[in-house]
Design a protein around this ligand. Structure first.
Ligand code: GDP
Ligand code: MG
Length: 293
């Protein structure tokens, strides 16, 4: 038996979470067009024959502005240490910049083998990808460079084949029915958080957290009460929207998504609560699921 831990690292918004979902063939990690949608590292388990690969989707490495930001970066770094392979994911449509330089430096410090995943090639012509490969080759000794489209599921099989080579003789860390290290409660709050990221503008989603207040199974349905935590009343007003239209939209989209996740009927009620400056207070970070260690 073999297993391998593979960390997806890279700047925010390059498609790490989309790639994880694409490999697993199911929606595990939430995604949005906004950076820093992902806050915790989440593990996804993939089994092929006698090989178990554990993919770690990390939050993007960025410059933190508050305690939550620091937590997010720490989640990204901590998980770089315990892996067999680093898979740096980049967006081919974004020019190589200081942010990339910074990530490469962090990678060097680990001394781990690394491959480069050039994502979003669906947005580019084949010949335009070649010079990008050369640029990255000159910056870092990547063992493989693989162009993919996580969104269009292009070249994903090839990528998996390469990553499998890094699995080592070892026991399996998860039983064969386990998909992730996260529990259902977490996955549900993430689905709601995703809707906030997708349906609200600019800085709004960053000041929010989601917690489950109550969850109960009655007959063939789940009854869920969730709270969206915001850090200012002004944000609360925006999330609720005029005549409650925004929160209604978030609620409907979240419920549909959670029904798909739980494969059953769901009744979802969402409340919005203000907790001032929660992103800078350890007490609340812990309470809302962002543990210190
Ligand atoms: N065109 C295109 N868009 C992609 C691809 N992969 C991800 N995206 C989009 O890029 C955005 C960020 O993706 P996400 O997975 O959340 O990025 P992360 O922050 O690195 O986890 C989302 O809007 C995705 O739909 C891809 O292969 N092609
Ligand atoms: Mg992500």
């Amino acid at each position: 038996m073999k297993s391998g831990f593979i960390s997806f690292i890279g700047r925010p918004n390059v498609g790490k979470s989309t790639l994880l979902n694409s490999i697993l063939g199911t929606k595990l990690a939430i995604t949005s067009s906004k950076p820093q949608t992902t806050r915790d590292s989440i593990q996804g388990v993939y089994i092929d024959g006698d090989v178990q690969l554990i993919f770690i989707d990390t939050p993007g490495i960025h410059k933190p502005k508050n305690k939550l930001g620091k937590y997010i970066n720490k989640e990204a770094y901590n998980n770089m240490q315990d892996t067999n392979l680093l898979a740096l994911v980049v967006d081919v449509t974004e020019p190589f910049g200081r942010g990339d330089e910074f990530v490469l430096e962090k990678m060097k410090e680990t001394g781990l083998p690394a491959i480069l995943v050039l994502n979003k090639v669906d947005k580019m012509k084949r010949e335009e990808v070649l010079p990008i490969i050369e640029t990255y080759q000159s910056k870092y000794p990547f063992e493989h460079i693989i162009p993919v489209s996580a969104l269009k599921q292009e070249n994903i099989k090839e990528l998996i084949k390469v990553m499998k080579e890094y699995a080592k003789e070892d026991f399996w860390y998860y039983d064969e029915n386990t998909l992730t290290n996260k529990n259902m409660n977490y996955l549900i709050t993430e689905r709601i958080r995703e809707k906030i990221f997708r349906l609200t503008e600019e800085e709004i989603p960053y000041s929010t957290a989601v917690i489950i207040e109550h969850m109960e199974k009655k007959k063939n349905a789940y009854y869920i009460i969730a709270n969206i935590i915001v850090d200012r009343d002004a944000v609360k007003k925006i999330i609720v929207g005029r005549h409650g239209t925004k929160i209604k939209e978030i609620g409907i989209k979240s419920r549909e998504d959670i029904e798909e996740l739980l494969q059953t009927k769901v009744y979802l009620e969402i409340f919005v609560k203000t907790v001032k400056k929660w992103r800078d207070q350890d007490k609340y970070l812990t309470e809302f699921g962002y543990e210190k260690d």
